[in-house]
Design a protein around this ligand. Structure first.
Ligand SMILES: [Zn+2]
Length: 112
């Protein structure tokens, strides 16, 4: 059993597992229930994690996760157009330079 990915956030682990299963990689989810075993101190070894059976699958899975992480950050870095005034903004702007509308991709919870 080879560990591929571990995170305290079960929804992230679940998302990656679905993605790997979709790609035809057989995965096993470990520590699925540890999230409910609440302790005040997080224990990384108890975090939910994704494992695979073979080193071939492990290599493929790591590649897929790397590609996924890259495209996710590329999406955040992409230029965007303000939905309110139509001005173009650079990818790292969290709000429109022209009308200060929040960028939808960053959400509305950014700090002022
Ligand atoms: Zn604007």
């Amino acid at each position: 059993m080879i560990e591929i990915y571990r995170n305290h956030d079960f929804s992230q682990v679940g998302l990656y597992q679905v993605m790997l299963e979709d790609a035809g990689i057989e995965t096993v989810l470990r520590n699925r229930n540890s999230v409910t075993m609440t302790t005040s101190v997080p224990i990384p070894s108890m975090y939910p994690k994704i494992c695979v059976y073979t080193s071939e699958d492990a290599a493929r899975a790591r590649e897929l996760l790397a590609v996924y992480a890259e495209s996710a950050s590329a999406e955040l870095a992409a230029d965007w157009e303000c939905a309110f005034c139509g001005e173009g903004n650079e990818g790292n702007f969290t709000e429109c330079w022209s009308c200060q509308a929040d960028c939808p991709k960053w959400g509305v919870s950014h700090e002022d």
